[in-house]
Design a protein around this ligand. Structure first.
Ligand SMILES: Cc1cc2nc3c(=O)[nH]c(=O)nc-3n(C[C@H](O)[C@H](O)[C@H](O)COP(=O)(O)OP(=O)(O)OC[C@H]3O[C@@H](n4cnc5c(N)ncnc54)[C@H](O)[C@@H]3O)c2cc1C
Length: 469
């Protein structure tokens, strides 16, 4: 049994959402209003505020459509919602932070939204050193404060801590899960271990996580992070990309993360290169680690030491608030890279610059390059979890958005995005396009998302039982 078995089983679960229910909206309303729910559970239908609150997404691009939303207050109501959906052939999606943006979500039509918003508890067990959170809790651990922590964790939770603390899945101890057939199970190394392996990095299709428990780690540098923000004058962009390439081959110190943005500046009306360098360590050590960028003499906009939980809201002039706004088109393409390439980044800079000139409606599109150290992530054996890209050192996100609804803009944006993705993937160091599952656009091959590994040692029957409706 080869990789195909694993992928077929994944595909089988995915196919359960990739269709429209044959029932009419009236039938669905009867089914869900006819059931008995606990007092704090809300059942809502299109046209009401509570339905909007339960379903509004960060991105409207290829979003799912629903005939009904259930916001369960109890585990029993999650199970009931799943059973009503499966027994009536209604496709459904459980949501946490509603920041997922893969276009495959658009295959779900006229379905059931299971809004986990009431599963929002946070519990710290000081004795065991663990954190347990509900399935929809959002925490400030990544590049933005609003995605769901469980949603982020499953895919596998990447961020600037990868050098010191590892991936978020590496801290995961157990999950409390409702499976597709409505059974409540514990998933951990000792309970349903195959499913635990799959949940850690192969995405969110294996069941509904009501709560997740993580091992807490000791703070580094008392939780203080030194952050340098700067604007790189356009004439220095080649030298800046040369600096980035010097970190190729695992040379990024484990405490240092580098974010680079190629974007349009509406004040100067031109392309602009911006960077944020973060360091989990004392300021003097940080400045030393950042010597190359200081030597470049960029325009420094901020040099501040923050508590780790204040960084996201504070950097980029507080842009986190705007990044978290829901309800806009977000057409995103991502490339994982284990090699860095000055020439490709220079070329991307030129092409974005030309694009901004030619397509004013696309000027909010940008390329975000996040270079994450991966020493602690690499210390975990590759086959320990389903995440196949532990050697990734950069996540290249084409964050494309537009406001006008002419098909010309969409066409121009998509043409550029696909060209840039092809070229960035060609120098990424992976033989094919590689993308971590949470950031997949939706048109990638299964191998691009899950890795071309041999899964034959996994127990196929267990997968099937856990995933089939
Ligand atoms: C602005 C922004 C910043 C980001 N930053 C980072 C980052 O720093 N690091 C990183 O690794 N990723 C990051 N991501 C990507 C993020 O990991 C994914 O978008 C993730 O899927 C978001 O989860 P969610 O719960 O918010 O989304 P949702 O749309 O609610 O869910 C996305 C998928 O996860 C499933 N899911 C969510 N919660 C549960 C649950 N409790 N049980 C079962 N399935 C569930 C859903 O069914 C769906 O398939 C970012 C995304 C955005 C939009």
């Amino acid at each position: 049994m080869k990789l195909t078995v694993f992928l077929t089983l994944l595909g089988r679960f995915a196919s359960t959402i990739a269709h429209e229910t044959l029932l009419g909206r009236h039938d669905i309303k009867t089914i869900f209003t006819g059931a008995h729910w606990s007092i704090n559970t809300t059942v809502s239908f299109p046209g009401s505020d509570s339905f909007t609150n339960a379903t509004v997404r960060w991105s409207t691009f290829h979003q799912p459509t629903y005939a009904v939303a259930v916001s369960p207050a109890t585990e029993a109501d999650v199970i009931q919602a799943v059973k009503l959906a499966t027994s009536n052939g209604i496709p459904f999606l459980a949501t946490g932070g509603r920041h997922g943006y893969t276009t495959t979500l658009g295959a779900l039509n006229n379905g059931l939204a299971i809004d986990l918003g009431q599963f929002d508890t946070i519990r710290v067990d000081q004795h065991r050193g663990t954190l347990t959170i509900g399935g929809a809790v959002t925490l400030k651990i990544g590049t933005c404060s609003c995605p769901g922590m469980v949603g982020v964790s499953l895919g596998p939770g990447l961020g600037p801590w990868g050098g010191v603390h590892g991936l978020v899945i590496d801290a995961l101890l157990s999950l409390h899960v409702v499976t597709a057939n409505g059974t409540l199970i514990e998933v951990s190394k000792s309970s349903n271990p195959d499913l635990f392996w799959a949940f850690r990095g192969a995405g969110a299709n294996f069941g509904i996580v009501l709560s997740a428990t993580y091992q807490l780690q000791k703070q580094v540098n008392n939780g203080q992070v030194f952050v340098l923000e700067s604007i790189i004058p356009n004439k220095l962009n080649h030298s800046y990309f040369d600096i980035l390439e010097q970190y190729d081959g695992g040379k990024l110190p484990k405490e240092l993360a580098i974010f680079t943005f190629i974007a349009f500046n509406s004040t100067t009306e031109a392309v602009q290169l911006r960077s944020i360098w973060t360091y989990f360590g004392p300021e003097t050590e940080a400045r030393n680690a950042m010597k190359s960028i200081y030597d470049l003499n960029p325009t420094i906009t901020s040099e501040v030491t923050y508590g780790w939980n204040k960084v996201i809201q504070s950097v980029s002039g507080g842009s986190d608030y705007y990044q978290c706004q829901r309800g806009s088109v977000q057409d995103i393409y991502t490339i994982n890279a284990r090699n860095l390439s000055t020439s490709t980044y220079k070329d991307s800079f030129e092409r974005l610059s030309n694009f901004y000139e030619e397509t004013p409606a696309g000027r909010e599109c940008l390329l975000q390059m996040s270079m994450y150290p991966n020493q602690a992530a690499l210390a975990v054996p590759d086959d320990e979890t389903a995440y196949p890209w532990r050697d990734t050192i950069a996540i290249l996100d084409l964050l494309f958005t537009w406001k006008d609804d002419t098909s010309n803009t969409e066409q121009a944006v998509e043409t550029l995005a696909k060209d840039l993705r092809r070229d960035l993937a060609a120098t990424s160091g992976y033989p094919e396009l590689a993308v971590y599952i949470n950031s997949a656009h939706g048109d990638e091959t299964l191998e691009s998302r899950y890795g071309a590994r041999d899964y034959s040692w996994r127990h196929a029957e267990k997968w099937e039982r856990a995933t089939r409706m």
